[in-house]
Design a protein around this ligand. Structure first.
Ligand code: MSP
Length: 653
């Protein structure tokens, strides 16, 4: 990325419309938002594109399962993303949906172009097809006769299909990557792609699906019996988006993008498919494809069946939007894998945000209010060391941003936070205030602290836009007043506004979420977390994961009648239930169903309880037994009840 350019075009992957947005989606989109806000702040003309990937078999299937047309299904699911982006303060300039007529038109035009140039061919093709993954595999790709990606059954299919002659571009791609060291980042990912390209022969890419098998896609312009392969359609969004969604009035031509931000799992499709497609179309290649790492959750893979999928809406509600945004980019270098836990989030909020930055602002405001009636004093001298540290941030963050090193940018900014806190400590304004002779020095110290705060707000606003805007407003600076990165931008005489602590401290809730997750873990879930080698071993010991009847007999299942249900303080997931199992008294059971059920919906219901489960503590409440509920792959949850009316305490066998 060259710093001289006056425009900046950044993209996120377009997300599968079937997915419920989680921390992974939020991560890439916030990263793109930080970049977009940073470059807008540097005066560049920015175009920031995100959106949804809406075609393909999975969407067609999910729609069918809901009894909806794919259009209706996609139309309702897309809102989950659009709403989350509002919550997270995402400043995207456009939102692309691959079902937009504008996008479909461009996909067809590009396909036609490749066809006219003889770069697409129709061939008979035989391969092993994995329906859930919508992918063909060759015989040698298969692992024990199953899909090498997901391990499920594959089907042998022979059909006519259209192929993009990707193999022709292997050498050119190697050369491009070699000549443009920042084309694929980080370095390790670049080496992975180069290793693959240098050691294997690149095949051609099947870019069609017969309509009889899949109708939910964009028809090929030169053969309407086929639709486009979902990745060909999806990748084109980066090029088509600005063509019909960007304001063209300033004459900006947006392609090529400066940065495609993606997750590491979709690197090949971008680095190889998309790059060669662009070469064949004689279009310029993007500046950078940056593949970030993946988040695990408290050391475990995130998975719907474990129920540890991090819902960003929930985290933001409980901990704050800017706190979440800050954490994601301070915790790990962009490009590495990372682990998310509420403990780690709370620690950063309490130490870096509430203590370091929060206290700095509280102290500065309090003392200017106390000693100068809330008016920024005139400094008597310039604090040269502080000035150079503050002004130096411009180039140091610029370098970090050019390398997409968000963590380094934050570390650099934090040097000024720490410096200013120490500066206040060592100058002890409270002592200077005691004597009229040191009033001048007091003015310098408090001016400098306030000015540092203004500079900090300026540099932190891409990361924490809402809080920094609030801080600048509290400093009495109009929206533009905080933009000057040079020392002295805060005019003496400015009247400070009312001040509210920026980052409230958060009490650590004692392992609630952990307990909650653990209590819901079944052996199947524990199995899912095992490393591949552990899995193999346990499968050898327990072929097909079967149990015998005596193992099942250990579990005592009983019917129970819900007498009372109510919320659990401090958790929106848990409900406290009093259940009649026809024992001496009712049992208290705490169940993680608060998001799906209102307490009153449960009262009077006959439910199924694991009656001989060891008691567990959830949010300080003892739970004696576990309520059974079914969860599907879409995340819907339904509590199990009996088909006919039956007394409480009935045994289930
Ligand atoms: N539709 C394709 C992208 C087409 S782009 C032309 C797709 N969609 S997706 O919804 O599956 O995208 C998910 C994105 O979220 C990917 O970038 C993926 O890397 C990212 N993540 C999914 N789980 C993740 C984590 N646990 N952690 C971080 N990111 C993760 O792929």
């Amino acid at each position: 990325m060259s710093a001289q350019k006056s425009r900046f075009y950044v993209t996120t992957p377009i997300y599968y419309v079937n997915d419920i947005p989680h921390i992974g989606h939020a991560y890439t989109t916030i990263a793109a938002d930080i970049l977009a806000r940073y470059y807008r702040g540097r005066g560049r003309d920015v175009f920031f594109l995100t959106g949804t990937d809406e075609h393909g078999q999975k969407v067609q299937k999910a729609a069918g399962a809901r009894g909806l047309s794919p259009e209706e299904h996609a139309g309702s699911m897309v809102k989950n993303f659009q709403n989350l982006w509002k919550t997270l303060n995402i400043s995207n300039d456009a939102f692309i949906r691959t079902t937009d007529p504008g996008h479909k038109k461009v996909v067809r035009e590009l396909l036609q172009k490749l066809w006219d140039r003889g770069l697409i061919e129709k061939r008979s093709y035989e391969g092993w097809y994995c329906t859930p993954d919508e992918r063909f595999w060759t015989e040698k790709d298969l692992k024990d006769g199953k899909c090498p990606d997901c391990g499920r059954d594959v089907e042998k299919i022979e059909e006519q299909n259209f192929f993009f002659l990707m193999s022709r571009y292997q050498e050119r791609l190697i050369e491009h990557i070699g000549k443009n060291p920042s084309y694929i980042q980080p370095e390790t990912r670049k080496n992975e792609v180069l290793g693959f390209l240098k050691n294997q022969t690149l095949g051609d890419l099947c870019i069609s699906r017969p309509k009889k098998r899949l109708s939910w896609g964009i028809p090929l312009p030169f053969d309407e019996d086929f639709v486009t392969y979902v990745w060909f359609d999806a990748l084109v969004n980066y090029y088509s988006g600005p063509l019909y969604l960007a304001d063209q009035s300033n004459g900006n031509e947006w392609w090529p993008a400066d940065a495609h931000l993606i997750g590491k799992d979709i690197l090949t499709t971008h680095a190889v498919y998309w790059s060669t497609m662009l070469m064949a179309l004689e279009l310029p290649l993007p500046g950078t494809i940056f593949a970030h790492g993946w988040w695990t959750i408290e050391g475990k893979k995130m998975s719907k069946s474990i129920g540890n999928v991090v819902d960003p809406e929930d985290i933001c509600r409980r901990f704050g939007v800017d706190q979440f945004r800050y954490f994601l980019f301070r915790e790990i270098p962009f490009g590495n894998d990372g682990d998310f836990s509420e403990d780690a989030l709370i620690t950063r909020i309490n130490t870096e945000l509430a203590n370091d930055l929060g206290n700095l602002s509280t102290r500065t405001f309090t003392m200017i209010n106390k000693y100068f009636d809330g008016v920024v004093p005139e400094p008597q001298e310039a604090e040269e060391e502080m000035r150079s540290l503050a002004e130096g941030l411009v180039s140091r963050t610029e370098e970090a941003f050019a390398a997409l090193d968000f963590q380094r940018a934050l570390e650099e900014i934090w040097k000024l936070v720490s410096y200013t806190n120490k500066y206040i400590e060592s100058n002890a304004p409270w002592a200077l205030a005691k004597s009229p002779e040191t009033k001048g020095r007091l003015a310098t110290v408090l001016y400098s602290a306030a000015e540092a705060l203004r500079v900090l707000a300026l540099h932190l606003s891409p990361f924490m836009p809402e809080t920094m805007e609030k801080l600048l407003a509290e400093m009495g600076l109009p929206e533009t007043g905080g933009k000057n990165p040079l020392w002295g931008g805060l005019p003496p005489g400015t009247r400070l506004g009312t001040f509210e602590a920026l980052f409230p401290r958060i009490e650590k809730l004692k392992n609630i979420e952990k307990e909650e997750i653990k209590s819901k873990e079944t052996p199947k879930m524990q199995e899912e977390q095992k490393k591949p080698e552990e899995k193999e071993k346990s499968e050898a010991e327990h072929p097909e994961n079967l149990i015998d009847i005596s193992e099942f007999a250990k579990v005592e299942l009983k019917t129970g009648k819900v007498l009372k249900a109510g919320p659990v303080k401090g958790s929106n997931k848990l409900l406290r239930l009093e259940i009649d199992l026809s024992e001496e008294g009712p049992r208290q059971v705490v169940a993680g169903i608060g998001k799906q059920y209102k307490p009153e919906e449960l009262e009077g219901k006959t439910v199924i309880i694991v009656a001989n489960l060891k008691p567990a503590k959830l949010m300080g409440l003892e739970s004696r037994g576990m309520l059974l509920a079914a969860t599907d792959s879409e995340g819907a949850l339904s509590v199990l009840t009996t088909e006919k009316s039956i007394l409480p305490g009935a045994k289930i066998k």
